[in-house]
Design a protein around this ligand. Structure first.
Ligand code: PLP
Length: 377
């Protein structure tokens, strides 16, 4: 079901969820088969041949994600990074890409270590500064990569403005929508050409399944090239992972509502605390991207970062003293997490030493605030 007249909450429950035609089972079956029987002339019997190329459980998930993002088609991958690298490495040699100066560390590593080997050139710019993006495009950019809100500084860029600039220069706009999820923000409706997700995060929602997805505004040549690339290079999402992620879709809007309301209360609390120098949360009126976020997001999400007045020692001390927040990387699960980003960014961290990233979970918000208060005492 992908009827565009349906509300997003309804699509989340039903898209890719038709009952099993053979048994009537209301919940989608998991097809684990790696290979599918041929007909007498070697033809495909049920439309499938080999799991790396496609399988029914994965197709259900692709239908669900495409419906939620309002795209013409989706492709899923074994991880978010597989989605990013399969897209960018499908671009012709000589392509010039602009990426944000604040973005997921894996994209930065891909841009520094791997893309140049394929003659794909990368420039880094402040995506919140549309003049800087204009200037980069005037110099010749083929694809703009946006990530909003960004990881970990929660910067917001104006998707509609970036799409206008990109298209005026015959460039594409791709947007990492992992932090917002389609529940809060739909970049294709704002003019983006491609949306990317680490489905490991909010889509899966329970910190137990790795995956990634690309959603395309048009089922065009690029969509076909990326689909062919994943079939050949084999970064295919496993059926059980596809099934868990599809199950995550059903409760995504309900979970996002609670992530958002908890994060708003936590951000408000932390923004009044004397030990905190800065709270990066686009829902706060003081956030430089607040007005843009209000325009393009339905709510402000479950992620925030804080910068402590006492520097790196205070940040490490706070992370170590929290009891309900687990000190671990990743985000988007039911449980709240805290992470000292600079510590996980390798030899040359770009995150400030005093920054902690918080993934606000689904616990009672009073318990979360009490935990934060005690850790800061
Ligand atoms: N994009 C963002 C914003 C992320 O936070 C992450 C991972 O944390 C990724 C992409 C990469 O996703 P994965 O870990 O599923 O490969």
């Amino acid at each position: 079901m992908s009827d565009s007249n349906l509300h997003l909450n309804t699509l989340a429950v039903h898209a890719g969820g038709e009952s099993d035609p053979q048994t009537g089972a209301v919940v989608a079956p998991i097809h684990l088969a790696t290979t599918f029987r041929h007909g007498p002339s070697g033809e495909r019997v049920g439309g499938y041949e080999y799991q790396r190329e496609g399988n029914p459980t994965n197709d259900r998930l692709c239908a669900a994600i495409a419906a939620l993002e309002g795209g013409a088609g989706a492709i899923t991958f074994a991880s978010g990074m597989a989605a990013i690298s399969n897209l960018l490495e499908s671009l012709p040699a000589g392509t010039r890409i602009a990426i944000p100066d604040d973005c997921y560390t894996g994209l930065r590593a891909l841009a520094a270590e791997f893309l140049p080997q394929r003659a794909i050139n990368v420039v880094t710019i402040n995506m919140a500064d549309t003049h800087a993006v204009e200037a980069a495009c005037a110099d010749g950019i083929d694809l703009i990569w946006a990530e909003t809100p960004s990881n970990p500084r929660m910067q917001v860029c104006d998707i509609a403005a970036l799409a206008k600039i990109a298209h005026a220069h015959d460039a594409l706009l791709a947007c990492d929508n992992t932090f917002a999820s389609p529940v809060l923000q739909q970049p294709l409706a704002l003019g983006a050409d491609i949306v990317m997700h680490s489905t490991t995060k909010y889509f899966g929602g329970h910190s137990d399944v790795l995956g990634g997805a690309l959603v395309f505004a048009r089922a065009d040549g690029l969509h076909a090239r990326v689909a062919h690339r994943v079939h050949i290079t084999g970064a295919t999402l496993a059926p059980f992972s596809a099934w868990l992620t599809l199950r995550g879709c059903r409760s995504l809007p309900a979970r996002m509502a609670m992530h958002c309301s908890n994060a708003r209360a936590v951000a408000n609390f932390l923004s009044t605390h004397s030990a905190i120098e800065r709270v990066n949360y686009p829902g706060l009126a003081s956030h430089p991207g607040h007005e843009v976020a209000k325009r393009q997001m339905r709510d402000f999400g479950g992620m925030l970062s804080i910068e402590l007045s006492g520097g790196k020692p205070a940040a490490l001390d706070m992370a170590g003293r929290l009891r309900l927040f687990t000190n671990a990387t990743s985000l988007g699960g039911c449980e709240s997490l805290v992470e000292h980003r600079a510590s996980v960014e390798g030899a040359n961290p770009v995150s400030p030493g005093n920054l902690l990233r918080l993934s606000i979970g689904l616990e009672h918000v009073d318990d979360l605030i009490a935990d934060l208060e005690a850790a800061l005492a």
